[in-house]
Design a protein around this ligand. Sequence first.
Ligand SMILES: Cc1cc2nc3c(=O)[nH]c(=O)nc-3n(C[C@H](O)[C@H](O)[C@H](O)COP(=O)(O)O)c2cc1C
Ligand code: SF4
Length: 499
Amino acid sequence: MPYPVNAYPHLFSPFRLGPLELKNRVVMAPMSSSLGGTDGRVTADQIAFYQERARGGFGLIIVEFTSVDPDTGRTEAHQLSLESDRNIEGHVRLVEALHQSGTKAFIQLQHGGRFAPATFLKDGITRGPSRVYSRRDPSKLVVEAMDQALIQRLIAAFGASARRAASAGYDGIELHGAHGYLLSQFLSPISNHRDDEWGGDAKRRMAFPLAVIRAVRAEIGDLPFCYRISADEFVKGGLTIDDNEEICRHLVAAGIDILHASTGRGPEAFDKVMEPMSAPEGWRLPYARRLREATGVPVIGVGQIRTPELAERAIADEDCDLVALGRPSLTDPYWPTKAETGRPDLIRPCTTCNFCIAQENLHRVCCAENPRTGRELDAPIPADLGIGRRAVVVGAGPGGMTTALMLAEAGFETHLFETRLGLGGGIIASGTPPGKEMLLRYRDYLERQVLASRIVAHVGEPADADTILAMAPDLAVIAAGTKRRLHAIEGLRPVDISA
Ligand SMILES: Cc1cc2nc3c(=O)[nH]c(=O)nc-3n(C[C@H](O)[C@H](O)[C@H](O)COP(=O)(O)O)c2cc1C
Ligand code: SF4
């Protein structure tokens, strides 16, 4: 075993917050799964998705953004909602499923405001703190300003949804005050141009979030209460970390127990909400630290934290009290257990490739490396399917290696052929330019798995039809290369660099 057990003592120490005790400091970040019903209900697919992560050892799971008022704030077609008692029952089952593994559960409450697409809304009108006109046609109003009655209704809706969540058994509530949704729309001078009790200066821009906090606190008693904030919006004219140090002191004074330090704002600074793979690991931790020092309350750090080493250091150095993993929990639901049991080498590494948030994939949670993500209810491949059978896989890129590993796990005598002298295929070239190095971690992970398995790796051996037929396989898979995609950039032409 290459790593000692208990190599991460801070990460795997318990954490107490009021009545709440977490078994460790590893949190699954809230991530919209798009697995909810079109009526906002929890589905069996969704329970299985979260249950798998609870079994994987997360101390706390923050269930994805859940609408408090879908009529005016639904942000995605399959978004959960808690606007009515009708939806409580599904959450009871979800929370019970997580508790069975000793994992605690928070729920994130949200309203999309000006980011709620009109087609999802009851009267087809998007509303936010202030009017927005179309950029293309400045005479066209695309977002209407909320009136007093709606603002009051939404404050009450946050409170009522929190009450329903508490009655469903959640161990805490998180407000989605980050990334440019309604709460941050009121807070930020970019989106709040009002001149009334809800806007006009920094103090009045805080009035809506503070009213929501008080309404929620009144409904949930001493249940832990978290506020997710973009510690810096990274948009010209938007809120900076200096502003948010002060703002967070007010949020805490109004009833917040713990902060969750995200960053960025869609769409202008979406690359700071979900960074690309070139972003330095742990780059957001200094922001978490500043909010922690400014307020004195515990803080959850998040974003581009990929290894248990970094997570351990973040807590040991007191950058934050808990570490949230978003995308890594999609790649490997068993990240915490593997780290805790001294096998970080078995963690399938998230490369921050962002396939999971590509527009065409947003209809269902997924991961480029893990075909089971979002499909946890699909029957697994039987472990004895290949007993007494032989499989040949041609091509040891990520697809070929993964296929070979699955076949070997299913009992096939598996032969993997690769023309080059090493394993990895196209991912080696993809991971070579500066900023793409994370891809090579995935190659290294797959290589470790292949070498530790019973796969016979024929490295440096090309395989043609005769080679394959001579092995008399029951199954042959050709995984020899993807098609090159040439970008439509003027003057760009392929160059042969092999000569
Ligand atoms: C598919 C997906 C859905 C997300 N949905 C939410 C959400 O519902 N609420 C939220 O606050 N953040 C959401 N996020 C952002 C994550 O919580 C997290 O802050 C971000 O991915 C950065 O952390 P990571 O580098 O560990 O992934 C989502 C991220 C992904 C990848
Ligand atoms: S698709 Fe890429 S970024 Fe998303 S979870 Fe998987 S490896 Fe990470």
